[in-house]
Design a protein around this ligand. Sequence first.
Ligand code: TYD
Length: 200
Amino acid sequence: MEGGDGAGKSTQAQRLAAALQETGRTVLRTREPGGTPVGEQLRALVLDHGNGDIDARTEALIFAASRAAHVQQVIEPALANGTVVVCDRYVDSSIAYQGAGRHLGTESVRTLNEWATGGLQPDLTVLLDVDPERGRDRRTAGQATEDRLESEPDTFHQQIRLAFLEAAQAAPDRYLVLDAGRPVDELAGTILHRVEKLLP
Ligand code: TYD
C-alpha cells in the first residue's frame, strides 16, 4: 500500500487485511519503516525530530536497513508459509521520498533497495494518489504533530506524488492507482476485488 502522507493507506491496509481474513486466509499486516524490533528503532531514529541533522544518504540507508530486516525476518518467512502480506509502504516510498524528494535519484535508490530486499517485489502495489494539500489537511486533522518527513513543504510532497505516479506508469500491470479522495468503502471494495483476482 503506497501513497503520500494522509492518503489513508493504513485504513485501507486494515480493511484489506480484515476482509481477506474473513475469507479464511492467513494475513500479515505490517508496515515500514518498522515491522521488526530493529526496524521500530530505526523508525524512531529517522522520523522523530531531535536526532540532529540526517543527510539524505543516511536517511535512505536507514529506510533500506529497516526494510532489509523486515524482508528477511518477517516478510519472506510469512510468504514461505502461504501468508498474504499486506504491507504499508515499501521500496516505492524510498524511491519517491529519498530518490525524488531528497534528490538522490530514483535509479540509485532503486538499486540500493534491490540489494536490501534481495529483489523481492510486491505482486501488486496499490497507490492511493493524494493531492499534497488535501493530504496535509487529512493528517493534521488526525494527529497533533507531523514527523520529520511529513513536515516538509508541499513542494516536496508534490515531487513525491509525481514519483509514485511515474513508478505506476512504468509497470501498469503491477499497480492499482486510485484517487484517495474516493469514499473509504468504495476504495476498500475496489482493492479487495483486485487482490482476490491474484489469489489462488
Ligand atoms: P508512515 O508510517 O506512513 O507515517 P504515519 O504512520 O505517520 O502515517 O511513514 C512515515 C514517513 O516515512 C512518511 O512520511 C514517509 C516516510 N518514508 C520515507 O521517506 N521513505 C521510506 O522508505 C518509507 C518506508 C517511509
